[in-house]
Design a protein around this ligand. Structure first.
Ligand code: NAD
Length: 496
């Protein structure tokens, strides 16, 4: 990692990408329209980037479709595709500083998180799916000897990838690496709030030798470029990560167009239950503040509801407040910064709005709750903890997507489980307990796609990431994610 004091210098050297990436080249919008992007770190103008619409999407999908039908990627020897995706990972590492800086300027996360967390995970994602390419086998069915039945897996065709702004490079990589490993061609639509790293990644993919047209990036608003992509008749699958409201639209777009497969990874309001048989409350506090305030609380699986047994709540909250003090909002380009900026003014106001709602509804704000560093022009908010939240309150039901933790007290195990499940989301959940019987009793009762016991993480690449209920139907990561981008073909041969 370069000396963090040099980030500002690096900023003056790199060029900020701003155009669509179609068929291996940067191109302007057909309309010539642009969108102004302000940096989350200081609110200053960062770049004016292309504002795509249906005409630009048509061009990108045509390029992807052409490349798919020509077989320039999908028909390559699997070992060759593997080498090229491994090369992508190698080049991402080579351009790690530039990618990390673009991510931080774009979305405001600390440079340390971008460089260590997001970049490392994104690079590992390409390595993982590259290595899978020559390890996916078909099946032979156990049918009568008069027939030879076998099942193969084939790429779907053109895949649309629509992603949010909280982990722009990582969310893109989870879907893109899997879709490419499966042999598809792709059109990516990054969030209009965070367009930069998808473009640099597309350049890298070209440099790694992936043929033109296989990966395309369309910039623009969701209701323009995103909608056109999700409605496109030549797009056969959509890998979507974003809000539940927009995920619902994806399903509607599919039914209005060509019944394309829709894989939704959506929002969350994840509960973590702390039982009073877990003694090390300092460990609980350290872990839970660490994950809750990571990325300024803008994580889909953030444990934003902490359910604490009444008998230990006061003690645990003392530890929580002490730990929260370690997360100090500051310039994300400084080495020591532990909490960066949130994405933009609109989102900042949304978070502050929820903090007001919490206070007005009678929850007790025991730490934080304020905007800070207004003079910088950036969007900074303190880590915030509410005690005495009830499950009926809006701050316990709705996804705030900021550094705001709601603490709900409970008295019995049954009550805790009922509260944990009392939301339409079902992304992640957690529990802290030293009672092995309780642990195994509670896990199957939690309606969530991921359950953490005595820790809280998003797991590693080898396990699926995704949710139950309105947190979505798809899974990113692991070998299972490949299946989203493959069709099963059953072949029957009569033998004489
Ligand atoms: P969002 O739903 O507003 O936008 C996501 C993407 O969809 C963006 O690229 C946006 O431009 C596009 N979009 C918006 N409206 C569209 C439309 N009408 N048609 C087509 N595309 C449209 O979400 P966001 O604010 O960018 O991201 C935050 C959300 O993402 C949170 O709810 C968070 O929980 C969720 N998220 C989920 C996961 C997961 O794996 N489950 C991971 C990260 C984020």
């Amino acid at each position: 990692m370069v000396d963090k004091n040099k980030w500002q210098q690096l900023r003056t050297k790199i060029s900020i990408p701003s155009k669509h990436w179609i068929d291996g080249n940067y191109v302007d919008s057909v309309s010539g329209a642009t969108i102004d992007k302000l940096s989350a770190t200081d609110g200053k103008h960062l770049v004016a980037f292309a504002r795509g619409d249906g005409l630009d999407v048509d061009k990108a999908v045509a390029a992807a479709d052409r490349s798919f039908n020509a077989g320039v990627w999908t028909n390559l020897d699997p070992t060759v595709r593997k080498e090229k995706l491994l090369k992508v990972a190698e080049l991402m590492d080579k351009y790690r500083d530039e990618l990390a800086l673009l991510e931080t300027l774009d979305v405001g996360k600390t440079i340390t998180e971008s460089w260590n967390g997001d970049l490392t995970s994104a690079i590992n994602t390409f390595k993982y799916y590259a290595e899978l390419i020559d390890k996916v086998y078909g099946e032979i069915a156990p049918t009568s000897k008069k027939f030879f039945y076998y099942i193969t897996k084939e790429p779907i065709g053109v895949v649309g990838i629509i992603v949010p702004w909280n982990y722009p490079l990582l969310m893109t990589s989870w879907k893109l690496a899997a879709a490419l490993a499966a042999g598809n061609s792709v059109v990516i639509k990054p969030s209009e709030r965070s367009p930069l790293t998808a473009l640099k990644l597309a350049e890298i993919i070209k440099e790694a030798g992936v043929p033109d047209g296989v990966v395309n990036v369309i910039l623009g608003y969701g209701h323009e470029a995103g909608e056109a992509l999700a409605l496109h008749h030549k797009v056969r699958a959509i890998g979507f990560t974003g809000s539940t409201a927009v995920g619902a639209k994806m399903i509607a777009y599919s039914s209005q167009s060509n019944l394309k497969r829709v894989y939704n990874e959506l929002g969350g309001k994840s509960p973590v239950i702390v039982f009073n048989d877990f003694e090390d409350l300092q460990q609980v506090a350290q872990t839970m503040t660490g994950i809750m305030f990571y990325n300024q609380g803008q994580s889909c699986h953030a444990p934003s509801r902490l359910l604490v047994h009444d008998s230990i709540a006061d003690k645990l909250l003392e530890h929580m407040v002490a730990c929260a003090k370690n997360y100090i909002p500051d310039d994300p380009l400084l080495e020591q910064t532990t909490l960066g900026a949130v994405i933009d003014e609109k989102h900042l106001q949304r978070i502050l709005g929820y903090i007001d709602i919490g206070k007005n509804n009678g929850a007790n704000c025991i730490y934080g709750g304020n905007r800070v560093h207004n003079a910088t022009g950036g969007y900074y908010v303190e880590p915030t903890i509410f005690d005495n939240v009830t499950q009926q309150m809006q701050i316990a039901q709705e996804e705030i997507f900021g550094p705001v933790l709601s603490v709900i007290r409970f008295k019995t195990e049954a009550e805790a489980i009922a509260i944990a499940n009392d939301t339409e989301y079902g992304l992640a959940a957690g529990l802290w307990s030293n009672n092995i019987n309780r642990v195994h009793r509670v896990i199957p009762q939690l309606k969530a796609g991921m359950v953490n016991v005595n820790d809280y993480s998003s797991g590693n690449l080898t396990v699926p990431f995704g949710g139950f209920k309105q947190s979505g139907n798809g899974r990113d990561k692991s070998i299972h994610a490949l299946d989203k981008y493959l069709e099963l073909k059953t072949v029957c041969i009569k033998l004489y």
